[in-house]
Design a protein around this ligand. Structure first.
Ligand code: NIG
Ligand code: FE
Length: 393
């Protein structure tokens, strides 16, 4: 393999405490910034990192021309495997119709009707789209199949493009089980989970725990499903507290979830439980943007010492954006995170929920994103401008 030297990096954000120094506020210090830096990458890994004037020789060279390089964004919450279109549902929502999860059935029908080839092509386009916007790691959930065969099909397709796959058989109760919810939960915790585990099709189990939605799952139902998944060896993620105060966050903390996502409506006890257990609060502000809900209170979480992540939740219902820069801009403008906190949450924060570091350091994957800007501040300062792209080395 050949080694590539990357030079012309005006500002390198490493997220590595080894590069933190005195004289900066704590949030910026976490970014481990190296000015006028260079990187050597080889076989997909970082081999050297440091000031450009100390850089070693390499076989080839990429000059990024005074731009900023940051760790590739980690989108730890997406629903990228689906077919169909719900733009009219979005338009109705903008005219005042509330989101209640009922539209998920539309996507389930369209997805079941799509061939493997159709879904594969849609997924490939979406993965290319996220990479063009600087995302190098993506988690993908099932959840638009809702039968044993269909959930396995979606998980298999997701696994073709990422190792970070989540079983969301408990997204909603499908129409054919509406009169017998218990039978659907028995299917999810029984044959569906058994097949997922037997095929090694997913690493995580997730549930849409939302008593305020007639389609989603109550606390007791969610506990049963998550406990079964955990007992079968899957790590736990939860959709919780999206539409109103509820049990999702409490349950996630009780079960040792790696992440609880949305966290839009939190009690003091929820915040304390997150801080004490270390379950990551993954905020998805694109959802609040696209549903006109109030934004989650990121400052309250950060000030309480909760680990915070940012992700898109890219899905056809509540938020059809794949753009992590857009999410970062929302986090800064609407959630009052600092630009440094938002970038850290979109990289190291979300990486932690997938068992990764999300940092640029020797031995780590060379997942690098170039910003067409001199510093990371421009991600929020220039919203909507396509500054970020994943660097292929
Ligand atoms: O994370 N909340 C539940 N699931 C998705 C929305 C899915 C859909 O509406 O298609 C979410 O927001
Ligand atoms: Fe989601």
């Amino acid at each position: 393999m050949t080694a590539t030297l990357i030079t012309g990096i005006a500002e390198l954000v490493t997220n590595d405490p080894a590069w933190s120094g005195a004289g900066q506020s704590a949030d910026v210090d976490h970014l481990g910034i190296v000015p006028d830096a260079a990187i050597v990458a080889e076989s997909g890994r970082v081999r050297w990192i440091g000031p450009a004037d100390l850089a070693p020789q390499a076989d080839s060279r990429i000059d990024v021309g005074g731009r900023s390089v940051v760790p590739g964004f980690v989108d730890s919450h997406t629903h990228l495997v689906f077919a169909g279109d719900r733009s009219s549902e979005f338009a109705a929502r903008m005219a005042g119709t509330a989101y209640d999860g009922g539209g998920i059935a539309t996507t389930v029908a369209a997805t079941r009707a799509a061939s493997d080839e159709e879904l594969r092509a849609l997924l490939a386009d979406r993965v290319a789209e996220v990479r063009r916007q600087g995302t190098t790691t993506v988690e993908i959930k099932s959840g638009y199949g809702l039968s044993v065969d269909e959930e396995l099909r979606l998980l298999r397709l997701a696994r073709e493009v990422t190792p970070h796959v989540t079983f969301l058989g408990a997204h909603v109760v499908p129409a054919e089980y509406a009169a017998d919810r218990a039978a659907y939960i028995a299917l999810v915790t029984g044959p569906m989970l058994a097949a997922v585990v037997a095929q090694g099709a997913a690493s995580y189990v997730d549930v849409f725990c939302e008593p305020l939605s007639a389609h989603a799952f109550t606390e007791d139902e969610a506990r049963e499903i998550l406990q079964a998944g955990r007992a079968a060896g899957l790590a736990v993620r939860v959709h919780g507290n999206q539409l109103g105060p509820g049990p999702g966050v409490r349950l996630a903390c009780e079960l040792g979830a790696v992440s609880v996502d949305h966290c839009t409506y939190l009690s003091d006890a929820d915040v304390t439980a997150l801080a004490e257990t270390g379950t990551v609060a993954t905020l998805l502000p694109g959802v609040e943007f696209s549903t006109r809900h109030p934004y989650p209170d990121a400052r309250r979480l950060l000030d309480a010492g909760v680990a915070v992540a940012l992700a898109t939740d890219c899905n056809p219902g509540t938020c059809f954006t794949s753009s992590m820069p857009f999410v970062i801009a929302l986090a800064v403008r609407e959630l009052r995170m600092t630009p440094a906190e938002a970038l850290y949450a979109a990289t190291a924060g979300s990486a932690r929920t997938l068992g990764l570091h999300g940092r640029i350091a020797v031995g780590e994957p060379a997942d690098l994103t170039v910003l067409d800007a001199p510093s990371h501040l421009h991600l929020a300062y220039r919203p909507g401008v396509p500054l970020a792209s994943a660097l292929t080395v």
